[in-house]
Design a protein around this ligand. Structure first.
Ligand code: B12
Ligand code: SF4
Ligand code: SF4
Length: 369
């Protein structure tokens, strides 16, 4: 809990100088942007409640659990008066071309944010280091870093702090940096000068993201039904992927980037130089049959410290089975699936059988032509 309002009586010039120092330290720590938001979040609070009331969160019960703490920083951490929000870019400089991998039904596409180390840890450590530097000059300050680790309305806060606008694809976008970045924040009782919100939106009449979504997850601009989003289906959903959603998933085995790849503002994104986000284990460009052959031990070793880790081996196989079922009916794909038809877990067996039958069917059709 943030306690103590010790810093409230700072002379204004001191607190403005501290804000400037914080921006400089953030840059030194490899963060690409930093803004300061007041804790008044309207209209994001209302929009969030509407999204929830429509059931758009599906099985993500944690989205509904914390009530107003999500849109009221001072309820989550009493004493909070400002939220320092930061941006960390992740587009990996030397990864295989995303569109080329997506176009190849024999390869598996992993969302670009998940190719390297888990950002939660990497980014949170930077924010913790930033908090340490602030504490060195303000020992009484309350400072609590979060990276998607608490009920926080990260995009709303970042828009308020001037880091960008919320695009029709619901991502936070900056005109000079696109949207390939993570967001993180530090809740504080320091009365830092708040930045101006990013008021303009630069989507205009564009609808590229809405049109390209492979599973038609947008019910309108700024309206995402998570239950239809491939990121939800391949990462959040615990059980069976609804059959009607499987064909649209294509070869995406973990997350989806289509609504960002289509966004013209991402032409301005800068590749990340962060070593931690360099692709590991060839995840940027692997054959589906190779990924499907990972044993439980292989998965444990290769997914350790990566965002894939929380998926677990069974859901990894579930996702790859769907992608194989959406790909070409090669001998290698059929053999890989056949080898998993008697997998001990029903979740894996069911998706494998679905894929195997699909490929057999496509073979029959091709033979009778
Ligand atoms: C739940 C969640 C998901 C869900 C739901 C996504 C969603 N759009 O709501 C699923 C699993 C589908 C998902 C997918 C992805 N996610 Co996610 N996700 C979250 C999480 C945990 C909460 C988001 C949330 O509150 N959603 C509820 C909706 C209502 O809130 P919102 O997204 O902020 O939406 C705002 C706008 O829609 C806006 N709005 C509504 N109507 C209108 C109308 C107008 C005119 C305007 C201007 C705005 C507007 O108001 C809302 C409230 O501010 C955040 C982390 C966090 N704690 O905030 C990460 C986060 C949003 N995800 C992130 C990422 C990277 C992704 C993926 C790209 C991952 C991937 N490659 O697979 C995809 C992108 C899909 C997409 N188009 O959003 C990043 C986004 C960074 C950025 N640049 O914006 C975040 C911030 C995590 C992080 N710390 O970096 N995610
Ligand atoms: S991440 Fe993919 S599935 Fe989800 S909304 Fe964007 S394009 Fe659609
Ligand atoms: S693709 Fe077009 S409509 Fe979608 S977020 Fe980008 S600019 Fe906005």
């Amino acid at each position: 809990m943030i306690d103590g309002a010790s810093t409230a009586e700072q002379p204004p010039e001191d607190i403005a100088a501290l804000a400037a120092d914080i921006r400089r330290w953030a840059a030194e720590l490899g963060l690409q942007a930093l803004g300061i938001a007041s804790i008044e979040l309207a209209p994001h609070d209302t929009r969030f409640r509407e999204w929830l009331a429509a059931g758009n969160h599906g099985e993500m019960d944690y989205m509904a659990r914390h009530g107003e703490a999500r849109w009221r920083p001072d309820v989550l951490l009493p004493g909070t008066v400002r939220v320092i929000t930061a941006r960390m870019d992740y587009w990996p400089a030397d990864a295989a071309d995303a569109n080329t991998v997506l176009a190849d039904g024999e390869r598996g596409y992993v969302a670009r944010y998940a190719l390297g180390r888990d950002y939660h840890k990497v980014f949170r450590n930077r924010l913790a280091e930033l908090a340490t530097r602030i504490r060195a000059v303000r020992p009484d300050a309350a400072l609590r870093p979060f990276v998607d680790s608490a009920p926080v309305l990260e995009r709303g806060l970042s828009q308020k702090a001037g880091l960008g606008w919320i695009g029709k694809n619901t991502l936070l976008i900056h005109p000079k940096a696109g949207s390939w970045f993570f967001l993180g924040e530090i809740y504080t009782d320091l009365p830092l000068p708040a930045d101006a919100p990013f008021e303009s939106t630069h989507c205009g009449s564009c609808s590229a993201c809405l049109d390209i979504c492979p599973t038609k997850a947008f019910t309108g601009p700024w309206q995402l039904d998570a239950r239809r989003c491939i990121a939800y289906l391949t990462i959040e959903l615990q059980g069976s992927i609804p059959e009607e959603m499987r064909p649209g998933i294509g070869n995406r085995v973990f997350g989806c980037d289509d609504c960002q790849l289509a966004c013209p503002w991402n032409r301005f994104a800068q590749p990340s130089r962060e070593q931690d986000f360099v692709p590991r284990h060839g995840l940027d460009d692997s054959a589906l049959v190779d990924l499907f052959s990972w044993s439980e031990e292989d998965f444990a070793t290769r997914a350790a410290g990566s965002p894939l880790h929380r998926l677990g081996h069974s859901r990894w196989l579930r996702n790859i089975a769907v992608a194989l079922g959406n790909g070409p009916a090669t001998e290698a794909a059929l053999a890989a699936l056949a080898a998993r038809l008697d997998h001990p877990e029903e979740l894996v067996r069911e998706h494998t059988l679905w894929a195997w039958e699909r490929l057999q069917e496509s073979r029959r059709k091709n033979a009778s032509r």
